[in-house]
Design a protein around this ligand. Structure first.
Ligand code: GAR
Length: 206
């Protein structure tokens, strides 16, 4: 397989990377390389202490860190992030699909524009409800009966963009934000690979 043929994928994380692991497992189990020439070429974290980095490395995926705290502005960080992501992609391959998997940064319009149409995110709520942080706490406080997760295309507006997959979970009477987050997370691991596979089927070269 030549690099010109592959559909590179770069996964961005900030923490434990359980969604990233679900994606790497699906890539292997569901033969993304054979079906769509899709290959996870790297995992990048904005936090050097993200435990997901070791999980990626253990699976043989190259990892990189770009610490946002060493940049003076959001624009400067995002510009460096663009350069770093593009440098992870083999020369002459297709432009990367960039997957945000618990990447806890608000992205600048310039970053989003650079990867337009090739940027996916997972958010732990049933969007458009509960954009932003503390989704589970807010859903419990509001007395919601259901919570969930959403995979969506990323636009310049936070937690907007076309919805690709959603999963619904019940909120139980004795739920805490922690127990609810754990229940939602198991569904995230199911819908994120499915959404990426849908994207690849629609976009990747055959
Ligand atoms: C996931 O629940 C994901 O939906 C959420 O962070 C967690 C990351 O877990 N993302 C956001 O809140 C983005 N706004 P993971 O590192 O184990 O995949």
């Amino acid at each position: 397989m030549t690099c010109a043929n592959i559909q590179p994928i770069v996964i961005l994380i900030s923490g434990s990377g359980s969604n990233m692991v679900a994606l790497l497992d699906a890539a292997e189990r569901h033969h993304w390389q054979e079906r769509w020439r899709a290959q996870v070429v790297g995992v990048l974290s904005n936090r050097p202490d993200a435990s997901g980095l070791a999980k990626a490395a253990a699976r043989g995926v190259p990892t990189e860190t770009l610490d946002h705290r060493t940049f003076e502005t959001r624009d400067a960080f995002d510009q460096a992030l663009i350069v770093r992501i593009d440098s992870m992609v083999p020369a002459q391959s297709r432009p990367p699909l960039v997957i945000l998997a618990g990447f806890m940064r608000i992205l600048t319009p310039a970053f989003v524009a650079h990867f337009e149409g090739r940027l996916l995110n997972i958010h732990p709520s049933l969007l458009p409800a509960f954009q932003g942080l503390h989704t589970h706490e807010r859903a419990i406080e509001m007395g919601c009966r259901f919570a969930g997760a959403t995979v969506h295309e990323v636009t310049a507006e936070l937690d907007h963009g076309t919805i690709l997959e959603q999963a619904v979970v019940p909120i139980l009477p004795d739920d805490t934000p922690g127990t609810l987050a754990a229940r939602v997370l198991t569904q995230e691991h199911r819908i994120y690979p499915r959404a990426v596979e849908g994207w690849l089927a629609r976009h990747a070269a055959s």
